[in-house]
Design a protein around this ligand. Structure first.
Ligand code: SF4
Length: 636
């Protein structure tokens, strides 16, 4: 039977899932140009005020507690749902919109409080902000994982830290949800007690709350990082309280994230046995080199998000029982685990090659492969990883041979499309087409970004024999999500971040065919267009780097490019979400909604750990009274 024939059946008598669409991938209404500012997300600064008096703060907290009684506790809410609840609460209390962030946090607390209190102390994390420290006299040093408090007693950090560690908490004096989520996924904690300003909590909502992590937050009264205050009693009344849960807890994706990570940690070489380097002594020989480096690159580093998509899709589509945060890590069959590994192998191969093309210096906190071993070796190892991906899919045939063939077909299609997209981008860079339209740019995005999401999702659904795998809904969904993700990345590219040493405008400087550039070319005046061309081709000769980027920014602003891109993100997100209404299976629908929220989470460039992802994080534990190194998952 040919691959094409095999692809025609999900079971012996069922019709096939259509081939991936070749052309066109986008429709005219993806062009955002005619749209003005309608729908753009505004700055949220004016929505993040903390009520000025304790009396009012307590009133909002109590009302949120009452409000949350009516919420469905079977599943975590989305960000939009939480915002809707926050607005409803403010309306009920006749309070102004400026307290929206605070009311959302209070509702989140009320929703999760009982589940947080049911987590044993030694499975909790206390997350404190470094801005609570004594401004002048603090002797503590910063490590790469935050402030290493010396417990001098000059501020309340020491009080919280000492008591929390006595109880068994892990304590981190740092900022940022990505690191926390990674620690949770690593399996060491199940819930978070956090103190943070509303700016930080806003980001945490995207990453933590919607993943189903029981959390309880006490907001700082201001976000200015200086002499900031909080309602300390709110922390203490939760910190040392433990109450077994009286009701069924909310479902969570954390056990599945752990399961996906576990495939690469505990089962890696069982699922993909070494061939040439079983004997460690052979790893330093020429014949062992490629396997050793390839295995190391595949096993280490990365968020494992794509393998998680496959594992979670398989799990949700299998009709398995919903999981809660504290649940045991679910068992993933070898065949499903191997396909998830194959997804990661293809992804990492593309990154190795991408790093060469872009001459990137670091990946996963290490030097990129071509920097370590030279481009020839890196190209070869990228190719080797593709070979490993095929081997893994072949090995998954024991689970379901027909499904393995379909997965192979979808992955090869994804691979071809990715190369088409990457090739189009490089061709543009080599020989710019100044007639580039927004639709051209979006077409490239749909080719470059969406197929990897689609292949990961399709694999899980197909292995579970879910009917959705026979439709093109997943393809459409991933196209919208992938495009929105890429446009968001374009916008983030212009945010820069001096703390993280990220320089704004690098995609533009590299002459990438971004949708921002296409929008500018479409709507700029003749003079602006010709200046754009000059800046992007010979600009370095007339304007130094930062000035050139700033001039580009001015031209983009003049054409309202950033506003239009914001509209585009919202429009494609809405399209992805509207497709979910057609999915009857609640588990699968909720999972896809979670993907939208996670992939399109709005966040400034990630924190130090995401950019420089150590594989280890140092946390003080009280189990042995000393520091211990806990593995976490890092990177892309
Ligand atoms: S208690 Fe810790 S954080 Fe606070 S001032 Fe002293 S050393 Fe710094």
């Amino acid at each position: 039977m040919s691959i094409a024939q095999a692809h025609t059946d999900l079971t012996d008598d069922e019709p096939i899932r259509p081939e991936f669409p070749q052309e066109p991938l986008l429709q005219d209404d993806d062009d955002p140009a005619p749209v003005k500012k309608k729908g753009k997300r505004r700055s949220s600064t004016h929505l993040k005020m903390v009520p000025e008096t304790l009396e009012l703060r307590e009133q909002v907290r109590d009302a949120a507690s009452e409000f949350s009684r009516g919420l469905d506790r079977a599943r975590a809410f989305t960000r939009d749902e939480l915002e809707k609840y926050g607005r409803e609460l403010l309306n009920q209390m006749q309070l102004p919109e400026k307290y929206l962030g605070f009311s959302m946090v209070m509702i989140g607390n009320a929703f999760w409080k009982q589940q947080f209190l049911a987590i044993p102390f030694n499975r909790r994390m206390l997350l404190l902000p470094h801005c609570l420290k004594h401004a002048e006299g603090c002797p503590a040093e910063y490590t790469q994982f935050g402030l290493d408090c010396e417990r001098c007693g000059a501020c309340s950090i020491a009080d919280y830290k000492v008591r929390a560690e006595q109880l068994g908490y892990k304590v981190l004096v740092a900022e940022g949800s990505p690191v926390v989520l990674k620690i949770i996924v690593s399996g060491y904690i199940d819930g978070i007690l956090g103190v943070a300003c509303l700016n930080v909590l806003e980001k945490a909502i995207d990453k933590v709350l919607i993943a189903g992590v029981p959390s309880y937050a006490t907001p700082l009264h201001s976000g200015d990082c200086l002499n900031t205050k909080l309602d300390e009693t709110w922390v203490w009344e939760v910190l040392d309280k433990y109450e077994p849960l009286p009701q069924k807890p909310t479902t969570s994706y954390i056990p599945l994230m752990r399961a996906a990570a576990g495939v690469f940690e505990d089962r890696f070489e069982t699922l993909l046995p070494r061939v040439r380097t079983l004997d460690a002594a052979r790893r330093s020989t020429p014949l062992g080199f490629t396997e050793d480096v390839g295995y190391d690159w595949l096993a280490r580093g990365g968020k494992r998000f794509r393998p998680f998509m496959t594992v979670a899709a398989w799990y949700a589509a299998s009709g398995a029982q919903a999981l809660t945060t504290g649940a045991a890590t679910p068992e993933i069959p070898d065949g499903v685990a191997r396909v998830a590994m194959a997804i990661e192998a293809f992804h990492k191969a593309s990154l190795v090659h991408d790093d060469i093309q872009d001459n990137d210096q670091y990946r996963y906190g290490r030097e990129t492969l071509h920097r370590q071993h030279g481009s020839s070796h890196a190209i070869n190892i990228g190719d080797y990883l593709i070979g490993l991906g095929y081997r893994l899919i072949h090995a998954s045939r024991d689970y379901d041979a027909e499904a393995s063939l379909d997965v192979l077909n979808s992955m090869s299609t994804a691979h071809i499309r990715l190369c088409d997209g990457q090739g189009a981008e490089m061709a543009f860079q080599k020989s710019p087409d100044w007639n580039l339209t927004p639709l051209d740019a979006l077409q490239i995005y749909a080719l470059k970004t969406s197929p990897a999401f689609e292949a990961a999702l399709y694999a899980g659904l197909r292995l579970a024999k879910h009917p959705l795998a026979k439709t093109d809904l997943v393809s459409q969904f991933c196209r919208h999500v992938g495009v929105a993700f890429q446009v968001l990345n374009d916008l983030k590219d212009w945010q820069g971040d001096s703390d993280n040493k990220l320089v704004a405008g690098q995609d533009a400087a590299a002459l990438r065919p971004t949708v921002l550039l296409a929008l500018a070319l479409k709507d700029a005046t003749c003079e602006q267009k010709s200046e754009l061309k000059q800046l992007l081709t010979t600009g370095e000769e007339t304007l130094a780097g930062p000035q050139r980027i700033e001039r580009l920014r001015e031209i983009f602003n003049a054409s309202e490019v950033f506003d239009k891109a914001e509209v585009l993100v919202e429009r494609t997100r809405e399209k992805a979400e509207s497709l979910l209404n057609d999915i009857e299976d609640v588990s699968v629908r909720d999972l896809l909604r979670f993907f939208v929220e996670t992939i399109l989470a709005r966040e400034l460039p990630p924190t130090m750990l995401e950019e420089n992802p150590g594989i280890l994080v140092q946390l003080n534990t009280v189990t042995n009274g000393s520091s211990s190194l806990l593995p976490i998952i890092g990177g892309n």
